[in-house]
Design a binder for this molecule. Structure first.
Ligand code: CAA
Length: 247
């Protein structure tokens, strides 16, 4: 087990990927602040995590709101201390072909998956610069690297993260702050299992490894990028997709 006292904030922590990240980061010695939006779900989630020995703190906040994130980050810093590592993980899907997509379906996905990155990162970046250490890890998607039928909103948001990562990485590199993107492919989460079986089966058939990914496989990569050992990696994008998209 690695040991690090660093404080890490994971947004959208109660979902499939977020839960695995919180577990892995806790096991690796980080102090974990888990962001949630749904209070009832978060309370049950925290109890389950505690029962399994994962001591994580939960903080309510809406990633689509700059002010809500600011308030939540102040609370975290007051109760745990400065945030050293931010994992921008919160995300939703509203899959539908573009010719039928409503403005709400577009804006909900852009707000939750991309504007959230600004709303959260902007509140932590200056502290990281001042303390000369920081890690920003953006959870994008294979579908931000290529297109996916039914995901014009999601692909646009996830692709937007790459531009953000590359630019911010350049701006903060000299302060010991790294900024990277992880692009998971199809992982066995509720989000992927919500895709109608016939479409999901067709997708799995395109994955050379022949299966969906495991949430723990992504979580290990997050923990590595958060570590001190990863200080020379910045502005990078890590694909983790079972060979579904190689380029
Ligand atoms: N490629 C080509 N044509 C497709 C298609 C595809 N992938 N999917 C559907 N179509 C076609 C159908 O064959 C059908 O054609 P005909 O009209 O000629 O018969 C037509 O589109 C159906 O159109 P509809 O508008 O009625 O579509 P639908 O309601 O049946 O399905 C959809 C649309 C819900 C978007 C469905 O295509 C779907 O679920 N696709 C998968 C989306 C997906 O992969 N989402 C990933 C979610 S998980 C995630 O996002 C995590 C991550 O990062 C990887």
């Amino acid at each position: 087990m690695k040991t690090s006292n660093h404080i890490v904030l994971v947004t959208g922590a109660t979902g499939g990927l977020g839960t695995a990240m919180c577990m892995e980061l806790f096991k690796d010695g980080y102090r974990v602040a888990a962001n949630f939006r749904n209070k009832a779900k978060a309370e049950a989630w925290q109890k389950k995590m505690n029962d399994q020995g994962y001591d994580v703190s939960v903080f309510e906040g809406d990633v689509t709101s700059f002010d809500s994130m600011g308030k939540m980050i102040q609370e975290i810093e007051k109760s745990l201390g400065p945030i050293d590592i931010l994992v921008n993980n919160a995300g939703i899907t509203r899959d539908i072909r573009f010719s039928k997509m409503s403005p709400e379906e577009w804006h909900d996905v852009i707000n939750t998956n991309l504007n959230s990155v600004f709303n959260t990162t902007r509140h932590v970046i200056n502290g990281m610069i001042d303390r000369k250490f920081g890690r920003i890890i953006n959870i994008s998607s294979v579908n931000g690297q290529r297109g996916q039928f039914g995901q014009a909103n999601y692909s646009a948001a996830k692709a937007g993260m790459h531009g953000f990562t590359k630019t911010l990485a350049m701006e903060v590199a000299k302060y010991g702050v790294t900024v990277n993107t992880i692009s998971p492919g199809y992982i066995g989460t509720d989000m992927v299992m919500a895709v109608e079986q016939k479409y999901r089966d067709a997708i799995v058939a395109q994955i050379p490894v022949g299966r969906l990914g495991g949430t723990h496989e992504v979580a290990h990569l997050v923990s590595y990028l958060a570590s001190d050992e990863a200080s020379f990696i910045t502005g990078a994008n890590y694909s983790i997709n079972g060979g579904q998209h190689v380029y």
